[in-house]
Design a protein around this ligand. Structure first.
Ligand SMILES: Nc1ncnc2c1ncn2[C@@H]1O[C@H](COP(=O)(O)OP(=O)(O)OP(=O)(O)O)[C@@H](O)[C@H]1O
Length: 707
């Protein structure tokens, strides 16, 4: 093992494919499926990333002197990698510390100014005591000398405070901006099933309210009676009190102890109320965003009353939990006050009697009263900060439970990392998590990079789906594809038909690599897709759906999104729009190409949206084109315009068409009938009609709808 070396994955793939995966060689080593049926105790004779379930866990060893030994079949050893540890929590001290460490100077200035302003604050009661002693003639110092010292304190304290607040908040805002950017990036690189699992509202809530709570824990706790200042005042006051009078200090200690115990009891008793308050708030936000985004459905079903009544229930639940929280807060407030008053009364009695007996100076007694108030406010402020911290911990826990439970799509993340490194994006330039993800993964991912480029291969080679098995991760017990085999011939049109739920759109999702097959492989010109990182592969596939999604920017910017990394010229945008039959309607819009399309393109008609999506795909100029019911939602006029645009787009590209209309399907070079997760029939329109099988019956029963 020690002498072993890591072979570059492409060469391994090449070799192992020759040994086991190339269909032409299957006869010599047994069928491809034999590879998949190796007993679990023995790894299959191919790179385990190509079998399901161990996608990240493998590398290859062979003698360093003979990298070609794989070809010769000697010394080939495939070793299972130890299980890769799960991705680190999205927010932890280990993540925040490096971000804080970038602002050492600001932190140092904040701490120095904190000491400065706290010292000023804590010196004030001492000066008050001296002031009274001068007034009653117990101190020889001239009054104006003392007053000028007090004036210096009054000037210094706000100066130190400003320096403290500005530095601390600036530093924290910068840390939070990095963290927010990183978490957005971390969400964006999750596997697609992550987005199946969590609602959009939940994910946006992490970035807004939950991260907002983490931000507030510093930015809302910089005032005199909160956070670090409160803490430093508590510590400072106790030290001063003990140095002033060893007899009276324990009394104030008792006061603090009582208040702290009350705070702890309050904290425990309010945790469930606090949690349920937060959850009801999240439900309100989810419900409102769902209602507003489905406003047309609500309108068409006259659902306003129902939505209002459901919303009312949520609002009442929120109100109730808010009231319970308020009651607990007020109870705590009054009990805390009672404790403070009792302690003050005790101080007056004990301190007063000591002053009368001449055991304590009136100045110290006056200082003590001042410190009692300082201590009271500081302790209360500390408790409030604890309350904020409690909410913040709950928010951090929510963020971590959502993001850590999921898996990063490493083949996407790796490519993105590389691209960001060379981009001008500064804030989210380096993934703070990548350092935490085991080095092995990046070694593994760099091995994934093939010398060949997926996009150029797709211009010249067929796409083969070989023995594909697939279940959606969230419904792993339901087999959607069961050993599907299909070849999309290069530059030709393949139509996919079949009953609803037969798995047509699932094939599209696999071709686009939103999901990976559970078993089997997809190849382009004989190369397994998994040797390309996903961002490379994404450039090879243009997808036009029934419901194209536009961003709420201008028409021109939506078309330019076809090449999001490039500076697309206005001429290119116009050319693409013309090819998509969209130019005429675009120039008739109020601001032409600068007209905003509204949220999800809501300010345009279905046909207009579709033609902009086609223009975007034309600009992308990808070798593989997937049309998933691209014209099925359109009226006859729009359909003709869109179909013309699509015909233009399809030229010279490997095209997969899913359609219910016979007219769209019958001219395809081949038609595949999907049933029971397999291709049941394959041929041209006339061949399949002659065969009289499922396609003929689909056409006969008009389930493949005619115009
Ligand atoms: N994200 C998902 N998670 C879990 N199951 C899914 C998901 N998407 C689709 N399915 C299930 O997979 C099966 C195949 O769905 P698919 O959308 O591929 O069918 P289809 O042939 O395209 O149907 P249609 O013609 O109605 O669009 C269905 O049973 C569906 O419920």
């Amino acid at each position: 093992m020690a002498a072993a070396t890591h072979l570059p994955l492409p060469s391994l793939l090449h070799s192992s494919r020759r040994l086991a995966l190339n269909p032409r060689n299957l006869s010599s080593i047994g069928s491809f499926s034999i590879c998949l049926r190796f007993p679990p105790s023995r790894p299959p004779l191919r790179h385990p990333i190509f079998s399901s379930g161990c996608a990240r866990a493998a590398y290859v060893t062979a003698p360093a002197s003979d990298p070609d030994s794989i070809d010769k079949g000697s010394n080939l050893e495939l070793l299972e990698q130890p299980t890769v540890s799960p991705p680190p929590a999205a927010i932890s001290w280990g993540i925040i510390w490096p971000l804080l460490a970038r602002h050492k100077v600001r932190i140092a200035i904040s701490m120095i100014s904190l000491v400065g302003c706290t010292s000023c604050t804590l010196a004030m009661p001492l000066f008050s005591g001296k002031f009274f002693e001068i007034l009653v003639g117990r101190r020889p110092e001239p009054l104006w000398t003392l007053l000028s010292k007090i004036a210096v304190l009054y000037v210094l304290e706000p100066i130190f405070t400003v320096i403290f607040v500005i530095n601390l908040t600036t530093m924290w805002e910068k840390v939070m901006a990095s963290l927010r950017g990183q978490i957005f990036r971390r969400i964006l690189i999750q596997k697609v099933e992550f987005f199946d699992r969590f609602k959009v509202g939940e994910l946006t809530g992490l970035l807004t309210s939950d991260l907002g709570s983490l931000k507030d824990v510093v930015s809302e706790n910089v005032s005199r009676d909160r956070g670090l200042r409160a803490l430093s005042e508590v510590i400072g006051t106790i030290c001063i009190l003990f140095s002033l009078s060893i007899q009276l200090a324990p009394l104030l200690g008792l006061l603090m102890l009582s208040v702290s115990i009350l705070a702890a009891v309050y904290k425990r008793s309010t945790i469930p109320v606090f949690k349920s308050h937060g959850m009801t708030q999240a439900r309100i936000s989810d419900f409102a965003s769902e209602t507003f985004s489905a406003i047309r459905t609500v309108r068409s079903f006259v659902g306003e009353k129902k939505q209002i009544s459901l919303f009312e229930k949520l609002v009442i639940a929120y109100e109730n939990s808010g009231r319970r929280l308020g009651t607990l807060k007020s109870a705590n407030e009054s009990v805390t006050r009672i404790v403070i008053y009792i302690s003050l009364l005790a101080l007056y009695c004990l301190g007063g009697s000591k002053v009368k007996a001449g055991e304590l100076s009136i100045g110290i007694m006056a200082s003590f009263i001042g410190y009692t108030f300082t201590l009271t406010f500081a302790v209360q402020g500390g408790i409030n900060t604890l309350g904020d911290l409690r909410g913040t911990f709950a928010a951090v826990e929510r963020i971590n439970s959502v993001i850590s439970a999921s898996e990063i799509d490493e083949s996407l993340a790796f490519g993105l990392d590389k691209e960001l490194e060379h981009s001008d994006i500064g804030l989210i330039h380096k993934d703070i998590y990548s350092e935490k993800i085991p080095v092995l993964n990046s070694h593994y991912m760099s091995a994934l990079r093939s010398s060949s480029n997926g996009c150029s291969l797709a211009w010249s080679g067929d796409i083969c789906l070989e023995d594909i098995y697939f279940s959606y991760p969230l419904r792993s017990d339901v087999a959607v594809l069961n050993g599907l085999n299909l070849t999309l011939k290069c530059g030709k049109v393949t139509a996919l038909v079949g009953s609803s739920g037969a798995g047509k759109s699932t094939i599209v999702q696999l071709l686009a690599r939103f999901y990976e097959p559970t078993r089997g492989r997809i190849t382009v010109a004989g190369e397994d897709l998994r040797i390309f990182d996903k961002r490379d592969w994404a450039r090879a596939v243009a997808l036009v759906n029934q419901e194209p999604v536009l961003f709420s920017v201008s028409v021109g910017e939506n078309i330019a999104y076809g090449l999001p990394d490039d500076n697309v010229s206005k001429e290119d945008i116009i050319e693409a729009a013309k090819a998509a039959n969209a130019h005429e309607f675009i120039i008739s819009l109020p601001q032409g190409y600068d007209t905003p399309v509204g949220e999800r393109g809501g300010l345009l008609s279905g046909g207009q949206r579709q033609r902009i999506a086609i223009a975007r795909a034309i600009l992308k100029n990808a070798p593989i084109l997937i049309l998933d019911e691209a014209t099925s939602a359109l009226d006859a006029v729009s359909e003709r315009l869109v179909q013309e645009a699509l015909n233009h787009l399809m030229k010279g590209r490997t095209t997969l068409v899913i359609a219910h209309r016979l007219s769209t399907v019958q001219n395809a070079d081949q038609i595949a009938v999907c049933a029971d997760g397999r291709v049941a029939e394959l041929g041209t329109h006339s061949e399949l009609l002659t065969r009289g099988g499922q396609y003929a019956s689909l056409v006969g029963t008009q389930r493949l709808a005619f115009e």
